[in-house]
Design a binder for this molecule. Structure first.
Ligand code: BGC
Ligand code: CA
Length: 312
C-alpha cells in the first residue's frame, strides 16, 4: 500500500476530489472546515461497507431462502417424482405379475379343457364298453339259455343214445328199433344212388325203406334238425331205398314192396331229367319231403339196418 493511501484505497487527493464533486453536484452547502469535511467523509466512507455488507447479507439471506425454497420444492418434486416412479414401477411389476398370472390362468384353463376333453373321451369309451358288455352279457344269457335247453334235450336223448350204443354200430342212430346211418357233415363225400347203396351193404344194411309214418316223421325231424339252411335244397337230399328203375312210374322199395304211402313234394315224381331214384329232403312240411332225381346225382344217403337184440 502506497503512502498517504487509506486502507479503503482513498488518499487525501481522492477524497478531496470526491468531496468537491459532491459539493458541486449537490445543493447543500459545505459545512465546517476542510478538516471537518474530511472527518465527515471518512466517517461516511467507513460507514458505507457496513451498509453494503448488510445489503449483501440481506441478498444472500434472500438468495439462501430462495434456494432453500427451491431445494425444498425440488425435494418435494423429486419425492413426488420418485413416489410416482415407484408407483409406476409398482404398477408395472403388478402388471407383469397380473400378466403372468393371467397367462398361467389361461394355460391352466387350456390344460383343464384338454383334460376335460380327454376325460369325456374316456367316459365315452367306457360307456361304449359298458354298452358292449351289457349286450354281450345279454347274448351270453341267451346262449346260456339255449345251451341249457340243448342239455335238457340231449339228456332226454340219453336213454335212446345209450340204447343206440348197445344196439347199433358206432356212429349209427337208434330209432324205432332200427339203426340208421346219415352222413350229416357238409364236407362228407356225396355218392350216386348205387355207390350209396354199396356203402350201406358193406355194413350189412341197405338204403332206408321208409314205409310207415312213424319212421318217416322221425327221419324228417332228424334231417331237418341237421340241415344247413345256406345249402341249396337240390343239394340237400338223402338217397332212400326207393326207385322206378324197373318200370318207369312204378316206385318200389328195396325190400321188393311197391310204394303205398308216398311223401312226394308237389309235382313229384316228374322224371324231369330221367329221374328213377328217390331222395328225401329237409322240408317244413314232412309230408312233402320226396323228389325223384337222376340216380347218377351225387347226394348224401340214409342206411338202415335192424338193431342188435337187447342184451342185459
Ligand atoms: C330237380 C328235379 C325236380 C325239380 C323241381 C330239380 O332241381 O333235379 O328232380 O323235380 O328241381 O323243380
Ligand atoms: Ca323230380
Amino acid at each position: 500500500m502506497e503512502d498517504g493511501e487509506s486502507s479503503d484505497g482513498l488518499n487525501g487527493h481522492n477524497y478531496k476530489k470526491l468531496f468537491s464533486e459532491e459539493d458541486s453536484s449537490g445543493d447543500e452547502q459545505p459545512s465546517g472546515s476542510e478538516q471537518e469535511q474530511r472527518q465527515v467523509f471518512v466517517s461516511m466512507v467507513r460507514r458505507e461497507p457496513r451498509v453494503k455488507n448488510k445489503v449483501v447479507a440481506y441478498c444472500l439471506a434472500v438468495l439462501a431462502i430462495a434456494l432453500l425454497v427451491v431445494d425444498i420444492g425440488l425435494g418435494v418434486f423429486y419425492n413426488k417424482l420418485t413416489t410416482g416412479q415407484r408407483t409406476v414401477m409398482d404398477i408395472n411389476s403388478e402388471l407383469i405379475k397380473l400378466q403372468t398370472s393371467h397367462k398361467n390362468a389361461i394355460q391352466r384353463r387350456d390344460d383343464a379343457k384338454k383334460e376335460l376333453a380327454s376325460e369325456r373321451n374316456h367316459q365315452k369309451q367306457q360307456k361304449w364298453e359298458m354298452e358292449n358288455l351289457v349286450r354281450r352279457e345279454k347274448d351270453f344269457k341267451e346262449q346260456l339259455d339255449k345251451v341249457h335247453m340243448e342239455i335238457v334235450a340231449l339228456r332226454s336223448h340219453m336213454p335212446v343214445l345209450e340204447e343206440g350204443c348197445r344196439r347199433c354200430l358206432t356212429g349209427w342212430i337208434f330209432m324205432n328199433s332200427m339203426c340208421y346211418y346219415l352222413p350229416f357233415s357238409d364236407t362228407a363225400v356225396r355218392k350216386t344212388w348205387q355207390e350209396a347203396r354199396r356203402f350201406c351193404q358193406k355194413y350189412k344194411s341197405d338204403l332206408a325203406v321208409i314205409d310207415n309214418n312213424q319212421k318217416h316223421l322221425a327221419i324228417t325231424e332228424l334231417i331237418n334238425r341237421f340241415q344247413n339252411p345256406s345249402r341249396l335244397i337240390a343239394h340237400s337230399g338223402f338217397w332212400i331205398g326207393l326207385h322206378d328203375t324197373e318200370v318207369e312210374g312204378i316206385w318200389r322199395w328195396l325190400n321188393g314192396r311197391n310204394l303205398d304211402l308216398p311223401f312226394w313234394n308237389d309235382g313229384e315224381p316228374n322224371d324231369l331229367y330221367g329221374e328213377d331214384c328217390a331222395a328225401t329232403y329237409p322240408r317244413e312240411n314232412p309230408f312233402k319231403a320226396w323228389n325223384d332225381a337222376p340216380c347218377t346225382y351225387h347226394l348224401r344217403w340214409i342206411c338202415e339196418m335192424a338193431g342188435k337184440p337187447f342184451e342185459m
